[in-house]
Design a protein around this ligand. Structure first.
Ligand code: NI
Ligand code: MN
Length: 232
């Protein structure tokens, strides 16, 4: 069994393990960095970290087309079932809670410090990150949109194979705090996300990776949108 991840641009990630797929924060339509179209991406499970448009993105359309279950916080799960969205398969968790989905991935909601209003102004609850544990034991932390917080140390105690951290600054952690996050989390590998999509979050990811390599034992990988990283 093998687990790998593809960066589809911004915060959109596609995890594949044993032939099954978890799609996170599927913002593709209108994403200038998107490496796939919403009409073609596959998913068995779609995870949404918070209500902002650059994360919930195409989730409803992709769920309708693929029949994927959508996992998010309780408030967003209610919104996904309401009105003309009317999605039949949703899971609404809250922070600290987790669920084993279809026997292939356990998903736990972690804290995140950010906003979560939905595109129509509805209450999107509180934003989250994700701790994903695949059946082959691969453990991945996707911080999604957040500032630095000290309890990342607790997440790191889980023993991470990979952390995905925003480095864009302005809306989330910038490079300096993301480097501190690597020191808290001590993952085997780290991949930067949520940068260069728009002018306010332009960053030199290569320079950041050099600092990670110099100051930590973590192996940084800067992906280009569309690129895969094998984790085992
Ligand atoms: Ni956001
Ligand atoms: Mn964002």
């Amino acid at each position: 069994m093998a687990t790998r991840v593809q960066w589809l641009g911004h915060s959109c990630l596609l995890f594949e393990s044993d032939g099954r797929r978890v799609l996170v924060d599927p913002f593709l339509t209108g994403n200038p960095a998107a490496a796939a179209r919403a009409e073609e991406v596959a998913a068995d499970l779609i995870c949404i970290s918070h209500g902002h448009g650059d994360h919930i993105g195409d989730a409803v359309a992709i769920a309708r087309r693929t029949g994927a279950t959508v996992l998010s916080n309780y408030e967003i799960s209610e919104w996904l079932q309401a009105g003309d969205r009317n999605l039949p398969k949703v899971l609404g968790l809250q922070h600290g809670g987790g669920v084993l989905f279809d026997g292939f991935v356990h998903v736990k909601l972690t804290l995140a410090f950010h906003g979560s209003a939905l595109p129509d102004g509805s209450n999107g609850g509180n934003p989250c990150g994700f701790l994903l544990t695949f059946a082959d034991g691969t453990k991945i932390y996707d911080a999604a949109d957040t500032g630095l917080f000290g309890d990342m140390k607790l997440i790191g105690e889980e023993g991470l194979d990979l952390a995905l951290l925003p480095i864009g600054d302005f809306y989330t952690m910038g490079p300096d705090d993301a480097l501190r996050a690597v020191k808290f989390l001590e993952p085997k590998r780290v991949v930067p996300i949520h940068f260069n999509t728009f002018p306010p979050i332009r960053q030199d990811a290569g320079a950041w990776a050099t600092r990670v390599r110099q100051e930590t034992k973590t192996e940084p990988t800067v992906l280009t949108p569309g690129e895969w990283l094998n984790l085992n």
